[in-house]
Design a protein around this ligand. Structure first.
Ligand code: NAD
Length: 292
């Protein structure tokens, strides 16, 4: 059994605790147990689990794994601390807020023989799995992915990072992309922002990704994907699955810890993640230079 600690008890952290307390039977998730949680607040036991300090989490020999579920600005430092302490890490996306720091951390994990896993539950949703099937073998002409949602909480980073799950969809569906332009409209006083990023596929077909957040905006993804043989303008409704998204991710992480995921799969995943972070970095730079 691998003892673990959950750091950050927000939405994601509470779901992680729930899944670690009752892992999917007969799955690789059963190899993980929960030894404590770390929070900045002083809390009583949560779901039967005790609060411990960060120092204890880093030094206890019976803790082998850390789940980093804090705001994005805090990920890099926490991951580094746990890897340096010899612990495997599962971090909620995005792993960090820059491409270079993510490369550094993956190299550190490799040197130490540890697993660094970035959760990507957006690739596990039934609707996304159906969309991927529906697109398979079709030739894209042009497309748009427009996400709207409520105002972003502080400390989640530039929209190309906080919204990296949308970018991951585009890369997972259409392969490596190039950013041609990015603009950002921000009205801080109204808690409103809209990022528009223009991308090209390797076949030079245009894709537009819009992240729009503000009060009253519903959490919705709108797609308009035009193919040679027709258009998809609504997300398909995939078949609902009995196992929750975070639990599916926990099983994948457990399989990595057991050495049960092939080197080729790990390499493909790492390349996709780093490519997305490189694009997100570029978008941030382009938006800054457009505003300068
Ligand atoms: P949240 O704001 O609900 O939770 C973050 C928590 O971390 C807060 O409780 C905060 O107090 C705590 N925290 C911050 N710094 C800390 C520190 N130094 N030590 C201990 N605790 C600390 O946010 P969330 O929605 O749970 O998101 C957390 C992470 O999960 C983010 O990286 C996000 O991108 C990712 N994520 C969330 C979801 C989701 O469905 N909520 C899905 C995928 C990924």
């Amino acid at each position: 059994m691998l003892g673990s600690v959950v750091v950050g008890l927000g939405i994601a952290g509470c779901v992680r605790m729930r899944d670690l307390v009752a892992p999917l039977p007969s799955s690789a998730a059963e190899k993980l147990s929960i030894s404590g949680f770390v929070s900045r607040r002083t809390l009583k036991d949560q779901q039967g689990v005790k609060q411990i300090t960060m120092t204890e989490a880093l030094s206890r020999a019976d803790i082998h794994v850390a789940f980093i579920c804090t705001e994005n600005t805090n990920h890099e430092e926490s991951i580094r601390q746990f890897l340096e302490a010899g612990k495997h890490v599962c971090v909620e996306y995005p792993v960090t807020l820059s491409y270079t720091s993510a490369v550094d951390l993956w190299n550190l994990a490799q040197q130490k023989g540890l697993v660094l896993h970035e959760e990507h539950i957006e690739l596990l949703t039934p609707d996304y799995k159906q969309l991927k099937k529906d697109i398979c073998g079709r030739t894209l002409e042009k497309g748009t992915l427009h996400f709207t949602g409520g105002p972003l909480k502080p400390n989640f980073g530039f929209p190309s990072f906080s919204g990296i799950s949308r970018l991951t969809w585009l890369v997972d569906l259409f392969g490596e992309l190039t950013v041609t332009a990015t603009s950002l409209v921000e009205e801080k006083e109204n808690k409103y922002m809209k990022m528009t990023a223009h991308l090209l596929t390797q076949q030079h077909k245009p894709l537009t990704w819009i992240e729009e957040r503000g009060p009253g905006l519903g959490r919705v993804k709108r797609i308009d994907l035009q193919f040679q043989d027709g258009t998809i303008s609504e997300l398909p409704a995939g078949q609902r699955e009995p196992v929750g998204l975070f639990m599916q991710d926990l099983v994948l992480f457990g399989r990595k810890l057991q050495g049960d995921v092939s080197a080729a799969e790990l390499q493909a995943e790492r390349s996709r993640i780093l490519h997305c972070l490189e694009l997100a970095d570029r978008m941030q730079q382009l938006s800054a230079s457009a505003q300068a």
